[in-house]
Design a protein around this ligand. Structure first.
Ligand code: ATP
Length: 479
């Protein structure tokens, strides 16, 4: 059967249900062979193809109606994709020139095959949902770090892949309306998906430059709500969340509501902050808390008051396992974030210190059997710029490094954890200082060690690229 409808375009391309019969809408470089139609959006038609030269399957995006503006948009999308290297953001391979007068530009990218996030709504456990959105947030945070905002994160733009027993990996596609925060004209209402876009994206007023990233924060919160409840956000997400109390702990509810705040100013300050909190939430297990805590399922403050007044690290450390200690650390970390948001910096700092204390105990107790507490401590410390000075953060990382050095293990994860510590130590120091260069060299050696044991681990590759980028930056080049 041949279908046209939604996919009709200037070239009257006919797309067959039988993958083998599909053909590209216009002629492109001969090395690419059409292997089927993947999908279409407002401006593009995407096909699966075989790249004869590099002997691999790829996805190719064609312009639906080639015009000067459409070509500019494709180039802008390609450039946006080229700026980021993260497993949660679709990789770009090339952008090709027209081959004759009836042809146009085309974009060659990584082929991502799997279900859309939309198909998983309501089917994952809460922890799986948090972990998935955590990975996605890491990718979006990389986008923000290079000055881009996605603008249209929705369940149709995230494809889930899974290799063997590894955890599912979400990949964000379609950066066609990704914009720079500094840009004057934003893609107002253009192409965005109404149920998942921020309220300000539906209005006519210009969004202030410092608020542009908040639209992605809103959409990520909306995706998480969608995954745990099976429903898109309604006008009253607080009421919606109450109906799924059993699946949604008080800190998670609070997190989602803050992402979905009507006013962008009330949302989290940055995607990096969102990444940090999702990391904590993925470890938070309400059923591991004492009954009295579970019963006080009101707000995180109630939980935290109990934490601070009734529990001391030493009281817990005697009979607590490493996982329990990490859970305690997460609670204090979440509370620290809450206090910081309320402007209570001193109390927030105390909670952050408690969290660090618990993480340290967990690292000692786990004795190298799991590297998770070490990585989580590093991730927590480096997101605390508001609470600790640069020299304090540096001292905390050095302290963590000595804990890591005491672990006697050949695990690649340990090398990865150490690479991460060295990388952040370098980031805390001024470029071109001797100590900066030394940390970077150590980071490079450690990540190479991890990669020599487990070469195809995406997050090892991502860190390697970040280290290379820092090295290039200090020598004036780019990654
Ligand atoms: N890298 C990829 N791998 C596999 N399938 C893809 C890939 N990129 C896009 N697709 C498929 O093609 C469809 C259309 O892609 P996309 O949404 O990027 O097009 P678009 O026209 O730029 O979107 P819009 O203009 O609506 O923002 C997607 O919904 C998806 O099904």
């Amino acid at each position: 059967m041949v279908r046209e409808g939604n996919n009709a375009n200037k070239y009257n391309v006919l797309i067959s249900d039988n993958d083998g019969d599909a053909s590209f809408p216009y002629r492109i470089a001969e090395r690419y062979h059409c292997k089927g139609f993947l999908g279409s959006g407002g401006s593009g038609l995407v096909f699966k193809a075989w790249d004869d030269m590099l002997q691999r399957m790829v996805a190719i995006k064609f312009i639906r109606n080639p015009s000067f503006v459409a070509r500019q948009r494709l180039v802008a999308e390609a450039r946006a994709l080229a700026k980021v290297n993260h497993p949660s953001i679709c990789s770009i391979y090339d952008i090709g020139e027209p081959v004759d007068e009836h042809s146009s530009l085309f974009m060659v990218m990584e082929l991502i095959e799997g279900p859309r996030l939309a198909e998983l709504a309501g089917k994952l456990t809460t922890t799986q949902a948090i972990k998935l959105i955590h990975k996605l947030a890491e990718g979006v945070s990389e986008l923000h770090a290079v000055g881009l905002v996605h603008n249209d994160i929705n369940p149709g733009n995230v494809i889930i892949t899974q290799q063997g027993n590894e955890e599912p990996m979400p990949t964000l596609i379609d950066l066609s309306i990704a914009g720079r925060p500094s840009k004057q004209s934003r893609p107002k209402g253009f192409g965005v998906t109404p149920l998942f876009c921020a309220p300000e994206q539906r209005e006519d007023n210009e969004i202030a430059a410092d608020m542009l990233e908040k639209v992605d924060i809103y959409s990520l919160g909306a995706l998480l709500l969608f995954l745990v409840s099976g429903q898109a956000p309604s006008k009253n997400p607080a009421a919606q969340l109450k109906t799924i109390r059993r699946r949604c702990s008080p800190p998670l509810r609070k997190f989602i509501l803050r992402c979905l705040a009507e006013s962008p100013k009330k949302r989290f300050s940055s995607m990096a902050e969102v990444v940090g909190i999702l990391g904590e939430l993925s470890y938070y297990k309400p059923n591991r808390q004492p009954a009295i805590l579970a019963a006080s399922a009101g707000v995180i403050v109630a939980l935290s008051v109990l934490v601070t007044t009734q529990l001391t690290p030493s009281a817990w450390s005697d009979d607590e396992d490493s996982e329990g200690l990490v859970n305690q650390a997460s609670m204090h970390a979440l509370y620290a974030t809450q206090l910081m948001h309320e402007g209570k910096g001193r109390e927030a700092r105390q909670q952050a210190q408690k969290s660090i204390q618990y993480y340290r105990q967990a690292i000692t107790l786990s004795d190298g059997q799991t590297i998770e507490p070490l990585l989580r401590l590093v991730d927590f410390v480096v997101t605390q710029q508001q609470l600790f000075s640069q020299s304090e953060l540096s001292a905390l990382l050095l302290d963590t490094l000595s804990l890591a050095e005491n672990i006697n293990s050949e695990q690649p994860q340990l090398a990865f954890a150490m690479a991460k510590i060295y990388y952040h130590l370098a980031k805390l120091h001024q470029p071109r200082t001797n100590v900066y260069q030394r940390w970077l060299e150590h980071a490079k050696t450690a990540i190479e060690r991890a990669l020599s044991i487990q070469p195809d681990t995406p997050h090892y590759r991502t860190l390697e690229c970040k280290i290379d980028a820092l090295q290039n930056q200090s020598s004036g080049g780019t990654c």
